[in-house]
Design a protein around this ligand. Structure first.
Ligand code: HEM
Length: 453
């Protein structure tokens, strides 16, 4: 590890290092491919900025929260290139992959759909939807909490963001397609050569079919809304009524479709995985579960939770934050330098890949003592103030920070409170959590047994 003096930050020295275990030709590609979570979490021990070899290319992982901030708060230099260029071909030039002026315009146009009063309105029915979804649960029944939360989230997204009246069977079909599409986008953006996905393999055909069907379902939803002309005050209406601030031009149906698919990809799997991790953690820590139940019983006294209850559900929110720390759904992201720049005391050429990883930050013992311990109290009272700025980063930062962060936290808290006020979910003995880092960090199958409270 080499100390290096930064001219941009003259007051502090950064340490830079190289990840160990590079092999000829491949560098660290295999380590990053085979055991990405462990590999990333091991890197902060080698410096504030750590060089990683990806085949012939050099990339850097920003490990110190301050360096991550420098990257995320300067999108003109640390731009959305690399995998985002590939994702743009699959998702269209939508919010999560656009850059520069395009991104600024889209963000300005869409942001009003995520203002707090809107979120309070969207989430008014989340408790009802959740109660309807758990209406068929029976004592002693085993369910896969991962799958159950994905199904619930798709219904909630259909209702909150798109106020759609489409039937349950179509929502289920869209969910099935979305998982295939999301997985396919991840594989296609990570594939180094871009050849395999063009071959007519069964997997590629499955992806093409799922993508076409998902787009057909969304397209029908858009046409229906245009036909009715109704303004439901939701995300879909915002997109359909959006106008470019200078040209006054709106989005055509194809552009609206790209945005909707992007929101489904970015918003539903991340939130569903968070919920599954939370229920897994509660099942594995009965003493924490007991405190969550006590808080919910005291605050709600038997009624359904609402947006206004969230400030009072402080411990429950601490559990959710701690789950996002341990299992950040967005486990790694990247930028590409648009020009030569300096980072952590190193001169970094234009076109260099800079990685940042919530997984690496959140499991760093320098930032979170005893990082593998599930400890919701980290987020309560004075202990929360001890956490270093930028150390907790489940939603990113800067101009590309997650637009759905408040919505995701609200939905998660409302769903946890609704379920935990009636049911306790017990892990099936012998079940081991094996998080799967894909487009989102997924919990994998998690069978749990329903017990009425
Ligand atoms: C627990 C749930 C969620 C997590 C952990 C999460 C995480 C993130 C992260 C880390 C980013 C920034 C990625 C980067 O720096 O490149 C991001 C961006 C984004 N997220 Fe989320 N997200 C969640 C839920 C949602 C929801 C509910 C929505 C919408 C309904 C959403 C929509 C988006 C969009 C559109 C972007 C791109 C924003 C931009 O570039 O301007 N996310 N998300």
């Amino acid at each position: 590890m080499t100390p290096a003096k930064s001219s941009a930050q003259p007051e502090r020295s950064w340490t830079t290092g190289t990840a160990p275990g590079s092999v000829p030709l491949l560098g660290h590609t295999l380590a990053l491919w085979r055991r990405p979570l462990q590999f990333l979490a091991s890197l902060p021990a080698h410096g504030d900025l750590v060089e990683v070899r990806l085949g012939p290319s050099r990339a850097y992982l920003a490990c110190h929260p301050e360096l991550v901030r420098q990257v995320l708060l300067n999108p003109r230099v640390f731009d959305k290139g690399g995998v985002f260029d590939k994702a743009r071909q699959l998702l269209g030039n939508s919010l999560s992959v656009s850059r520069g002026e395009d991104h600024r315009y889209q963000r300005r146009m869409i942001q009003p759909a995520f203002h707090t009063p809107k979120i309070a309105a969207y989430t008014a029915a989340v408790a009802d939807d959740t109660r309807a979804a758990i209406g068929s649960w029976e004592p002693g029944r085993t369910l896969d909490i991962s799958d159950t939360m994905h199904a619930l989230l798709m219904r909630v997204a259909a209702r909150t963001l798109f106020s759609t009246g489409i039937d349950e069977a179509t929502i289920d079909e869209a969910r099935h397609c979305l998982r295939i599409v999301s997985d396919g986008i991840y594989k296609r953006t990570m594939a180094p050569l871009g050849i395999m996905e063009k071959l007519p393999t069964p997997g590629n055909r499955r992806y093409d079919r799922a993508n076409a069907r998902l787009r057909q379902i969304v397209d029908e939803m858009i046409r229906e809304r245009r036909r009715s002309g109704a303004d439901h005050g939701d995300l879909l209406s915002t997109l359909l009524r959006a106008e470019h601030p200078e040209t006054g031009k709106g989005l055509d149906d194809g552009e609206v479709l790209d945005q909707v698919v992007t929101f489904l990809v970015a918003g539903s799997e991340t939130t569903a995985s968070t919920l599954a991790f939370v229920f897994h953690l509660l099942g594995a820590h009965p003493e924490v579960e007991k405190r969550v139940h006590a808080e919910i019983d005291e605050v709600l006294a038997g009624r359904s939770p609402t947006f206004e209850d969230l400030p009072s559900l402080e411990y429950t929110r601490g559990v959710i934050t701690e789950s996002l720390r341990l299992y950040p759904p967005s486990w790694m992201a990247m930028r590409v330098t648009a020009a030569e720049t300096e980072l952590g005391g190193r001169t970094v050429p234009a076109g260099t890949m800079i990685l940042y990883s919530a997984q690496a930050l959140h499991h760093n013992p320098e930032l979170f003592p005893d990082p593998e311990r599930f400890d919701p109290e980290r987020w309560l009272g004075d202990r929360a103030k001890e956490v270093e700025r930028g150390a907790l980063l489940p939603f990113g930062a800067g101009s590309h920070k997650c637009i759905g962060d408040v919505l995701a936290l609200t939905e998660t808290a409302l769903i946890v409170a609704t379920i935990a006020s009636r049911w306790r979910l017990r892990p099936v003995p012998g079940t081991t959590l094996r998080p799967e880092p894909k487009a989102t960090l997924e919990p994998g199958p998690l069978p749990m047994v329903c017990e009425p409270r």
